[in-house]
Write a protein that binds this ligand. Structure first.
Ligand code: ADP
Ligand code: MG
Length: 725
């Protein structure tokens, strides 16, 4: 470790051990939701009629009555001003994957030369940010740059505070003047309608006339790294691209596994507690925290919520993690692979569907009749994932996640489903139509309603599957740590809606043909499972054997973002999204274009940063060291000391310097080119030429790092960043 680095470690450490300030106890019940305009607050502040009308929109999905907007706006403003807000913003989620906001003050001048706080129903319902530079993928020419934000009353507005003031953030959808979705929220909301419709239709067939709404639910486990802020500022690669573009693996990596679930370092714990406190205040029900596998890697997870709110809250969790870390002298890295050779970060997207009567439709339940219904919904998920492997893969495809998927630590790029031994066995029996017993005994044949009693935690856990049934929900594990979860869930909702649609059509036909519910369901489930069982796999997803087997089964293996994105605009996918009113063809095409463009831009930034670091930081450090060695050799000869070791070192060093120079020349050339005018040509240039050259430069830099004098090395090392906590 360089002298500089160890000094700073000391400073970092003392900053916290010497902080003797008293702990402030956290009264969760009191603070929970105090910064969110939730149901309780609405009830207190709105007239009963307005409150009822708003609740009908939130709970039953009814169209918002614009007549109530003024009253809601007034109440919301009063609440926000009481909490110190001076401004409001329409908070939206453009296709960049992050969130956007433009603040307006509540202040309006009055006649007397003073000012009053004003906020009308119109201000609440609709905004028109000057949003011409958000990506629209051709949906909106710049001369028609108008984009509108529209209030989403189903997600609570909230207050964002900082030392100097606060503002009210109103969750909104973002659309073009012609009504095309320019954001992540609009299609998600549409997909929630699709699954609501289809799930209710299916439930009617099972005799549930009392269900008025079915919602998909999501709980996301978020992984992240925390590193000392000082190191971050000394790493141009972390600053521009969120990951280290050079950096040799430390002698001690995560091999000891002593970090995982270990005790949480003090400074980190203090950061986590403050983060959680802020999240509680926003009404976000965070539940678990722990260390993750890699050094300096952690996880936070909330309790699940309805998917729309969960997606908004997920964005807020990421924002809050990043903001609060700064108060503790740290930076939160959300990138999927900040450090090569060290475990990357993902998020496990736990997904299920539930009714307003409190039934989790993916819970096997306690009685056989529930099982029948459970098997029906579970089959729909299996069929959906099988048919739309490509879409699930696309929904997690972006430049950063390419470092994870398919590498030996995250799920592979091949989508498959893990059901657990017992459930897999049940489906095997259903599939062959001769099911008579379960592994635990007691399973009776199909054709009777008496299906097995399924334990909530069937079998052991498989950590290698990209899509696993975990007791009463499916866990989509290929999602990247930095991405918005809106599109993955839009896809899940839509494809399961489609599968239910198809199954219910057949079920209705069988029932009207006079079949009993049990027989009809058994038939539809068997037929559907037989068509889609190739997606079920319970073994080791990392093994070479699985890759061969998956190929034999005809499953897709879309290895990188570009391969994945190229499947997005197919007839099948256009039809799917159009049929359920989730995305029009133009909206789908715009997403393809935006995501390709983003891929290109990200790789381009990385490649140029790599070039600059290698050229202006690594090469000078290496040559300085080489000069020292060469001078030593000369002087050593003069005074007659042995310079054999110095010479050997110099020879190695010089060879690596040559390697760096050669690879740099290649990268510089590749960076000068774009590969063509179209975005498709550009991304192919990135994959074919730029990324391989970038990897070569990195390889040379990492070799140099292992041999160059520590005090000359220009950036903090992995050891510095990962082990100072
Ligand atoms: P694990 O994955 O270790 O079993 P948990 O059981 O605590 O962890 O669940 C992980 C996440 O799954 C949490 O965010 C939890 O709220 C969420 N979850 C649990 N039930 C559901 C559900 N019905 N729908 C969506 N998410 C759920
Ligand atoms: Mg989990």
């Amino acid at each position: 470790m360089s002298r500089h680095a160890s000094d700073s470690n000391l400073i970092a450490a003392t900053k916290f051990t010497s902080n003797g300030s008293k702990m402030e106890p956290m009264d969760i019940e009191r603070i929970f939701g105090e910064n969110a305009f939730g149901i309780e607050e609405m009830k207190n502040r709105l007239s009963p009629a307005t409150f009822e009308s708003l609740i009908a929109t939130i709970d039953k999905g009814q169209q918002i009555d614009s007549a109530i907007a003024d009253e809601v706006a007034k109440a919301m403003k009063e609440w926000a001003v009481e909490r110190g807000a001076s401004h409001f913003t329409h908070w939206f989620q453009p296709l960049t994957g992050s969130t956007a906001e433009k603040h307006d003050s509540f202040i309006t001048p009055n006649k007397g030369g003073g000012a009053i706080a004003k906020f009308s129903g119109n201000d609440l319902i609709q905004g028109e940010p000057d949003a011409s530079s958000f990506p629209s993928g051709g949906l909106r020419a710049t001369f028609e740059a108008r984009g509108y934000t529209v209030w989403d009353p189903t997600s609570p507005s909230f207050i964002i505070e900082n030392k100097s003031g606060a503002y009210l953030a109103i969750p909104t959808a973002f659309a073009s003047w012609s009504g095309e979705a320019l954001d992540a929220k609009t299609p998600l909301l549409r997909s929630m309608h699709a699954i609501d419709d289809q799930a209710r239709r299916a439930l009617k067939l099972f005799g549930h006339d009392d269900v008025h709404k079915v919602t998909s639910t999501v709980g996301v486990e978020q992984e992240y790294f925390l590193i000392d802020e000082e190191y971050y500022y000394r790493r141009p690669d972390l600053m521009t691209s969120g990951r280290t573009l050079i950096g040799a693996k430390p002698p001690r990596g995560q091999e000891l596994d002593d970090h995982y679930f270990g005790s949480i370092p003090d400074r980190v714990l203090s950061c986590m507690i403050e983060t959680e406190k802020e999240l509680y205040r926003l009404g976000i029900p965070v539940k678990t925290r722990h260390n993750e596998v890699a050094p300096s890697q952690y996880e936070i997870a909330p309790i699940f919520e309805n998917t729309n709110v969960a997606c908004d809250h997920q964005q807020l969790i990421m924002i809050t993690l990043q903001r609060v870390a700064r108060n503790h002298g740290m930076v939160c890295l959300l990138h999927e692979k900040p450090f090569a050779g060290i475990n990357g970060s993902g998020k496990h997207n736990n997904w299920s569907i539930g009714t307003d009567t409190g039934i989790n439709l993916l819970d096997p339940g306690d009685n056989p009749h529930d099982n029948l219904q459970f098997l029906y919904f579970c089959t729909a998920v299996i069929a959906a994932v099988y048919k739309h492997q490509d879409l699930l893969r696309v929904s997690v495809a972006h430049a950063a996640n390419d470092h994870r998927l398919g590498a030996n630590e995250a799920p592979p790029a091949i989508i498959s489903i893990f059901l657990g031994e017992q459930l897999e066995d049940v489906f095997n029996q259903i599939s062959s139509g001769t099911a008579t017993e379960s592994k635990q005994g007691g399973l009776l044949g199909l054709g009777t309603p008496v299906l097995p009693h399924l334990p909530r935690h069937a079998g052991d856990r498989n950590r290698t599957s990209p899509f696993a049934f975990t007791g009463n929900k499916f866990e989509f594990r290929a999602v990247g740590s930095s991405q918005s979860v809106s599109f993955p869930n839009t896809v899940l909702n839509t494809i399961v809606a489609e599968a239910l649609d198809g199954m219910s059509g057949r079920l209705e036909a069988a029932l009207s043909g006079g079949a009993s519910l049990e027989d009809a369901v058994a038939g539809v489930v068997r037929e559907t499972i037989n068509d889609s069982k190739a997606i079920i796999f319970g073994g080791d997803n990392y093994s070479e054997a699985w890759h061969k087997e998956a190929e034999r089964r005809g499953l897709l293996n879309l290895r990188n973002t570009v391969d994945a994105l190229e499947t997005l605009i197919s007839e099948k996918n256009i039809r799917l999204f159009e049929s359920y009113g989730v995305l029009s063809e133009a909206e789908l095409r715009s997403r393809e274009e935006v995501w390709f463009e983003q891929y290109f831009t990200k790789i381009n930034i990385e490649a140029e940063t790599t070039e600059s670091i290698a050229r202006t930081m690594v090469m000078p450090a290496a040559t300085r060291y080489l000069k020292t060695l060469v001078d030593t050799i000369d002087q050593g000869k003069e005074v007659g000391v042995s310079v054999r070791g110095v010479k050997e070192t110099a020879v190695h060093l010089a060879a690596y310097v040559d390697e760096l120079q050669d690879s740099l020349t290649e990268l510089i050339d590749a960076n000068k080119e774009l590969g063509g005018d179209s975005v498709h040509q550009k991304v192919h240039h990135m994959v074919k030429n730029v990324i391989p050259s970038m990897n070569k430069v990195r390889h040379a830099c990492d070799r140099l790092e292992r041999i160059t004098a520590g005090d000359l090395w220009p950036v903090p090392t992995y050891r510095d960043m990962l082990f100072v906590k």
